[in-house]
Structure formats: structure tokens, C-alpha cells
Write a protein that binds this ligand. Sequence first.
Ligand SMILES: [Zn+2]
Length: 273
Amino acid sequence: MTPRIYISPSSQPDNTYAGVDTNEQEVCRAIARELAEDLKRCGFEVICGDYGTMYDRVRESNGWPAGLHLPIHTNGFNGEVAGTRLMSYDLKGSGYKVCQAIFKHLAPLTPGTSENISAHPEKYEIYAAVAPTAYVEVDFHDVPDVALWLTQNKPQIAQAICQGICDYYKMAYIPESSEEYAPDPEPAPDPEPAPKPSGKIEGLPVVKSGSCGDAAKIVQGALIAKGYSCGSSGIDGVFGVNSVAALKSYQKEQGITADGIVGPATWGKLLGV
Ligand SMILES: [Zn+2]
């Protein structure tokens, strides 16, 4: 049977973002809509509850009935603490296992570092939803840098959550078709014609915010070798906020579009070919 995912984004417009003119409801509903598209593409049945109150959404989730109930929120505390927090009914059931799978993809992506999974059986959407619940607090919107990051990375956040859910259900994650990503623009014309990227460069994958693995490691290694810090975790193969910032500085220095995305032009510069 096709797994049924009920996405229940925050309906809290009063939780405003620090330094950005938006709020928890607006951002979480936008993430939920992205996530619904991602999950459908990967073969899930989805209801995106970007309406009503949490009571309406739990009623709809239970009546469907959903196989997984998935509240999406951003967090607030003291304007300093930041990180991904996930919550489930207890620390052993299916809700917890889904939290673990999502955490693996989402926590390395988000800028905050105070991160954990905890049991909250007293939370309404956790105890009242019949389906196992994985309650996602993406990061903290009362920290200005993090609030800005949240508004700028909604597709990447949705992708990370989707990858975690695919892992849990042992479904293949199907990425968005590559034509939806803008390719690196051609470098500005030089007096000397720029060397044509070799076939090897063209075969290298695009590395951008949220990319994981060997290609991300190669980019981090090249940036660090050129004197750009990728943050305290160094060459960890996770292309997070510090790696993107390092890449943008490097691109700016090289006179190529500082979009934080490694396509053929940037690969060519990084590898010196
Ligand atoms: Zn909330």
C-alpha cells in the first residue's frame, strides 16, 4: 500500500521572524507545499494541510487515515540557541524512527548546531494524531541569521525531509529534474578565451546547499586549499551554510557568478582546468 503522509504546517502567523518580514505560518506552509510535491514525485500519497487549525488538521489526518503525521514548524527560544529539533511520542516507536531518518538529512543542512530528538507525549499533535507523528522544528526563527537562512532554503529543507521519509519507507528518493536548476551562467568573456571544460568536468555533479558526499568533499577540499574556511567541521562532505558562504566568496574573487552552486564553470576554476 502506498504510504500516506499528512503534512501539518504551523498555523502561527504571530510567530514573526527576526529581521525578516515573514512568520512561522508563511514559511512552514511554503516548505509544506514544496515537500508535498517532492513526496508525490517519490510515490507517496500526500495531504498538505496548509489551512485551518491544528485541531482541523489532526481530524483530517485521522479521518483519512494517514500513515504518518508530520507537523512542520520553526522554533523560538532566546534569540541565541539554534538547531534542528525533532519530537516523537517516545524514543522507541515508528514516530521516533522517522525522526531519526529525517534528522540524518536535515540536521547537517540547517545552520544551528544545538540539535536533538526528544519525546513529547504531552504535545497535542503528537498524542491526538492516530498515525505515528514526527514533529519537525526545522531551526530557530528568532535568531536573525537563521531566520534569513530559513526563508532562503525552503526547497532544500523540503528535500532533506523528503529524503529522510524515503529512507524510512525504503523508497528511492527521486530528485527534481535537473532542468529546474538554473545552470551556471557562462563566465564573462575574457580577452583570452576561457579553456573549454573537459568532458570530465561536464560529468561532475552539481554541488550546492544541501549536497552530501564525495563531490561536496572535493569542493570543500579545494576551497580550504585556496584559503577559504568551510566552517569548523572542515571537509565533512556536507555542503552546508559555511561551505556555501566560502564558495560564494571564492566565486566573487574569480569573477564568476556568486550563486553558491558548483556547475561546470565553477568546477573548471576549482580544479584549475
Ligand atoms: Zn510552531
